[in-house]
Each structure stands twice: as structure tokens, then as C-alpha cells.
Design a protein. Structure first.
Length: 121
């Protein structure tokens, strides 16, 4: 069966929806220590456009499952953590470098703790 170049399977959108709906459960499963530090009584604020501001080159990427969520910590200091979740279905060149650059640029912009997580499928 020939693969059509114009058609592309969208693996990212379903993951993004699952992560939005089950974010606390997801973090409890993959990063229990991070989950325990978060004040889940506070609203989670998803930042859908923040990656485009931080990494302009990500605009050209077809993947849309990059997810940033602002959460409040139990420390009571009003601190928050950005969580970067990347649903990656196929090997991509410079993936580790892109994760690192995103982490560093988020820290430079916000000067707050950042938890970066790659979900490799």
C-alpha cells in the first residue's frame, strides 16, 4: 500500500486531549514526587501558545502535543512549575536538543522551577 505524502496521521492531538483531561492522574503515574508537590486545589493553567513565544522555530512543527501547564506548589510561596510534555511517536533529529532549549528558555523567561518531561511513544 502506497503512503500518500499529503496525508499525515495525527498522533499528537489525541495525546494533547488526554493530557488536558487527565493531567493530575498523568503526573501521579509518571512523576509521583512532582504530583505530590502540587496544590491540586488551585487551577491548572494550560499555556497553549507559550512554546511559540519561547521557541519560534516550533511554529513550523506539525506536532501540537507540546503542553505547558502552570501549576501552584504546596509550598505556599505562590510558586509554579511549567511542565513540558512532548508526545513523540517517531524519532526526530535534535529532539534532545529541542527539549533542552525549551527548558533553558522557559527558565530564562520565568526564573521559576521547570519540570520537563518527554513522553516517547
Amino acid at each position: 500500500m502506497a503512503r500518500r505524502g499529503a496525508e499525515r496521521t495525527d498522533f499528537d492531538s489525541p495525546w494533547k486531549e488526554v493530557l488536558h483531561r487527565l493531567f493530575p492522574q498523568f503526573l501521579a503515574f509518571v512523576a509521583a514526587d512532582v504530583h505530590q508537590a502540587i496544590d491540586w486545589k488551585q487551577k491548572v493553567e494550560f499555556q497553549p501558545q507559550e512554546l511559540n513565544k519561547i521557541l519560534p522555530s516550533s511554529r513550523s512543527s506539525k506536532g501540537i502535543a507540546d503542553l505547558l501547564a502552570r501549576v501552584h506548589l504546596l509550598s505556599g510561596e505562590g510558586a509554579w512549575v511549567y511542565c513540558h510534555v512532548e508526545a513523540q511517536a517517531f524519532p526526530k533529529r535534535n529532539f534532545a536538543e529541542r527539549m533542552f532549549r525549551t527548558h533553558v528558555r522557559l527558565f530564562e523567561k520565568e526564573r521559576r522551577p521547570i519540570f520537563s518531561l518527554a513522553l516517547l511513544l
